[in-house]
Design a protein around this ligand. Structure first.
Ligand code: CTP
Length: 380
């Protein structure tokens, strides 16, 4: 469809960036990035005609468009020639640029390659800056030495790509990274963008190694103000493959004292669930330090997300207590609920909650084992 649209519109179209990199590495990849020499917006509007499932979103201001599909995948279209409007109704300002410049504005050589999609040159690799060589040699190399200054998120990206592909930073790039960290360039970065990059890292398979590099390079210290007790233990590598993003995050901060966690939270903007789970984790650590009965534990933990309890269980101060509780709570196999109680003749109201609590407690303490016994408690 892209090739046909390109012919129809008479413009040059390329696949660019991460997709080309991962294609050459035989690395699984999803997102498609296209660059159009000409108007990306116009191209995207023509392309969507051939993709009835797709939904088009245009960002005129940036000369980009995105087509999303029902399965959640998407493709991005950018233009080497931008048309943007400084205010609604103004004449379009046109910026001329070409593929070479577009690719030069990118972060690393391995991300600055393109594949032509026009019929005449279909499938040809465009590699002005030695991207293929660096892929073969396993190097992350910037295109110019102001790269990290222009865009400090690239510091985190460099670390992410290096660990993801087991590459190393080219000498000048590594030096520039250290210089950038020392010169305080991170201060230019907003908390939102930093958080976004960090969460990208936490989603990577080998995020533990990345975390270690973030500490070792001094980048975390530069951002958070100190070398806090981050927990990126390589021994967890195998287990971590099954951990959710939230679990990974909670484990990474699990060795820190509560006031330190608060300081960390000042330097990131977490989404609601991540923030709530962090706070729950902190407050449960406090509560669990006091002696608790099984019932009290149940009241505390019953509604807490499983991952928070799992991370708490890793703490040796609580592991015995929590394992006992989890074993007991697994025995709970309640059949009754508010509705069945009403059918049994219990009056609607606070009484119902009380009875359900009693039944749950009986299960937890191993006093009952069947539905009949549950009903026995209710009748009693
Ligand atoms: N890019 C850049 N500088 C950035 C972010 C992105 O130059 N700070 C360019 C790179 O050419 C990159 C492309 O934009 O390849 C797409 O960026 P993005 O989708 O963020 O990353 P990918 O390279 O596709 O990596 P990932 O596999 O993590 O999605």
């Amino acid at each position: 469809a892209v090739r046909d649209t390109a012919e129809e519109e008479g413009c040059a179209v390329y696949l660019v960036g991460g997709f080309v990199r991962d294609l050459l590495l035989f690395f699984p990849t999803q997102d498609l990035d296209f660059v159009v020499e000409g108007s990306g917006g116009q191209f995207a509007r023509a392309l969507i005609q051939r993709m009835p499932d797709g939904k088009l979103t245009q960002h005129e201001k940036f000369g980009t468009a995105q087509i999303t599909f029902p399965d959640g995948s998407h493709l991005d279209v950018a233009s080497t020639r931008w048309e943007y409007y400084s205010f609604p109704g103004a004449l379009p300002q046109v910026e001329e640029s070409c593929l070479r410049d577009d690719l030069f504005r990118r972060d690393f050589t391995i991300n600055s390659m393109a594949i032509c999609l026009n019929t005449e040159h279909f499938g040809e690799l465009v590699d002005y800056y030695g991207g293929k060589r660096d892929l073969q040699q396993g190097k992350i190399r910037f295109l110019h030495n102001l790269s990290f200054i222009d865009d400090p998120t690239r510091m985190l990206r460099a670390i992410r790509f290096a660990e993801r592909y087991h590459f190393s930073l080219a000498k000048e790039t590594l030096e520039a990274l250290y210089t950038a960290i020392e010169s305080g360039v991170l201060a230019k970065l907003s908390v939102e963008r930093f958080t976004e990059e960090i969460l990208h890292i936490f989603k990577e398979i080998n995020y533990l190694a990345m975390g270690q590099t973030l500490i070792r390079s001094g980048l975390f210290k530069a951002w958070f103000g100190d070398d806090y007790a981050w927990n990126f233990n390589l021994e967890d590598e195998q287990d971590s493959a099954d951990w959710s993003l939230n679990t990974r995050w909670l484990i990474s901060i699990s060795d820190m004292d509560s006031p330190v966690i608060e300081k960390v939270l000042d330097r990131v903007i977490l989404n609601r669930s991540l923030r709530d789970e962090t706070m729950t984790f902190v407050s449960l650590r406090e509560s669990l330090s006091n002696p608790l009965s099984l019932n009290e534990m149940d009241a505390l933990l019953n509604k807490v997300p499983k991952e928070v309890v799992m991370v708490l269980t890793r703490d040796e101060r609580f592991s015995k207590l929590l394992t006992e509780y989890l074993e007991a709570s697994q025995k709970i196999n309640m059949s009754l609920n508010g509705k069945t109680l009403i059918q049994m003749g219990v009056k609607q109201g606070p009484e119902i909650g009380k009875i359900l609590d009693q039944v749950r407690r009986a299960w937890l303490q191993g006093r009952i084992h069947t539905l009949e016994e549950e009903k026995g408690i209710v009748r009693h």
